[in-house]
Design a protein around this ligand. Sequence first.
Ligand SMILES: NC(=O)c1ccc[n+]([C@@H]2O[C@H](COP(=O)([O-])OP(=O)(O)OC[C@H]3O[C@@H](n4cnc5c(N)ncnc54)[C@H](OP(=O)(O)O)[C@@H]3O)[C@@H](O)[C@H]2O)c1
Length: 351
Amino acid sequence: MCHCHPPSERLTSTTAHQPTYSREGAERVMDAADGGVMKQYASDYERWLVTGACGQLGAHITSQLLQRSDHREVLGVGRRRCAGSHGDVSLVDLSDKSKVAQLLESYRPTHIVHLAGVSSPTIAEQNPQLAFRLNVSLTAQLARFSRETSAWLMFSSSDFVFRGDQASLRTEEDIPDGIGSYARTKVAGERVVRKVANGAVLRLSLMYGLPKCPRETTFTHLLAQLAADLPVRACFDEYRTPVHLSDAAAVCIAVGQARYGGMLHIAGRTLLTPLEMVTTYRDVVKGAGPIVPIPRASLSSVPRPRHSGLCAARLHSEFPDIHLRDFTYTSLKDEVGAAHASDPPRAIVGR
Ligand SMILES: NC(=O)c1ccc[n+]([C@@H]2O[C@H](COP(=O)([O-])OP(=O)(O)OC[C@H]3O[C@@H](n4cnc5c(N)ncnc54)[C@H](OP(=O)(O)O)[C@@H]3O)[C@@H](O)[C@H]2O)c1
């Protein structure tokens, strides 16, 4: 179970008698192997704060961080309780500036992975004030903390910052020209981080893969529909460079460990339409229902780029050890098949 508690009632799995985000707790950690002796850790001891920890990417990042927890403490921040198993998560409404200030002051992170925000272009369009508050003002507050304390900050931006009228893959040098509230707030968040903070902007392509928190995502919804032989509509005239959630998480951690400063695109190598992706999903779950090709114009009235493929050459050159899997039938089959083996099929595809 994920430990989602309001800060006041939050307990941790390792030190149930005191919250781990006291400053003292971060600097002096009980080492059981040392017979309960308090160990002084060197100044390289890291305190990672992950906002949006129960979101699709956040749960992957916090789980991976927990698997390699040497010299590191991890605190996730979420908004509602979840049943995932990815470490300690405090429930904090990040739209409340004073609660954010309190959190930063008490935990004093050395690394902030900032993923929380309005991540849906449709919601950003319907509620531009909320999108501005979370994608820009909150980012600015974290950026100021980063500047004042030298904490490393990562801001999660998007392939949607480009208008998408050019077929070539976009690089970090290209000027973002996206339209709509989501693109505008992401670009403004990027600028704040690049101007004020000590850290990185990561522009993410469309992410796919099973979530770590049990929740319905577009991916699980599609798998469920396809497994039930129900018809699925998929767009044939939009182009993306999908990246697996677990690989994107590994990149965020590697970039944070290096305290990288600058802009990076995180994207797979293959340009695909949603129609091609969904067709592969159907093969994986051995569905027999129809896939209905639709034009992007029928999706929504919210502006969406037609070509949102990102070029990740800079990532591969700066981090040559990073490997991003290809979007293939085999890798998806392995992932979905392994999940089915450890859980009843409906529980996986029905999330
Ligand atoms: N998914 C993609 O394909 C994609 C592509 C490009 C860029 N991105 C960007 O990458 C980041 C992570 O994406 P994701 O797919 O992991 O997003 P996600 O699943 O929507 O996760 C965002 C998390 O932020 C939380 N949150 C929202 N408002 C909050 C608030 N006021 N206080 C505390 N928490 C709050 C949400 O909580 P609830 O669960 O309660 O809503 C959610 O868990 C986002 O910034 C997104 O814009 C995503």
